[in-house]
Design a binder for this molecule. Structure first.
Ligand code: HEM
Length: 127
């Protein structure tokens, strides 16, 4: 499956999860999920969708850099949101140390994907 398609399907799934969280928050009258809702939508839905369009439109040559960018983006987006949920909501019976490390490592992987994307944009040939 192409990078663009992988990112497109993942972003759409994040969109569904994020909108359901919003509906749940409104229905339950509790905004505890707010930070996760925000990151599911702005990192999961919007950033992955934007990257999907980038790969479709700019068609960067296949290679290690795009592959690393896509996989750190996907793993980082999933990890950050799961990590934030585990760390902030404390509803999953895991040790604080584990949930903190999971959250930090996932956030770091996501941060790497943004840096790799920045490098990719610089390497794009001018039109
Ligand atoms: C290493 C990755 C990241 C970490 C660890 C992180 C962490 C956080 C934290 C702790 C908050 C405050 C949550 C609260 O109000 O309780 C926050 C808010 C927010 N972050 Fe991030 N963030 C990350 C990446 C991003 C990215 C890449 C975006 C956008 C594409 C983003 C968009 C937002 C937004 C919109 C809010 C405000 C949410 C609200 O109003 O509740 N974050 N972030």
């Amino acid at each position: 499956m192409s990078h663009s398609k992988k990112l497109l399907i993942s972003s759409a799934l994040f969109g569904v999860i994020g909108v359901m969280m919003g509906a749940h928050m409104a229905g339950a009258g509790s905004y505890a999920l707010r930070p996760i809702h925000a990151h599911v939508l702005v990192v999961g839905w919007l950033s992955l969708f934007a990257w999907s369009i980038f790969y479709k439109v700019y068609q960067p040559k296949n290679g290690l850099l795009p592959t690393f960018q896509v996989w750190t983006g996907l793993i980082g987006a999933i990890g950050l949101n799961v990590g934030m949920y585990i760390f902030m909501l404390d509803t999953v019976p895991l040790s604080d140390v584990f949930s903190l490390i999971f959250y930090i490592v996932s956030g770091s992987i996501l941060a790497i994907s943004y840096v790799l994307f920045f490098i990719l944009t610089i390497l794009q040939p001018d039109d």
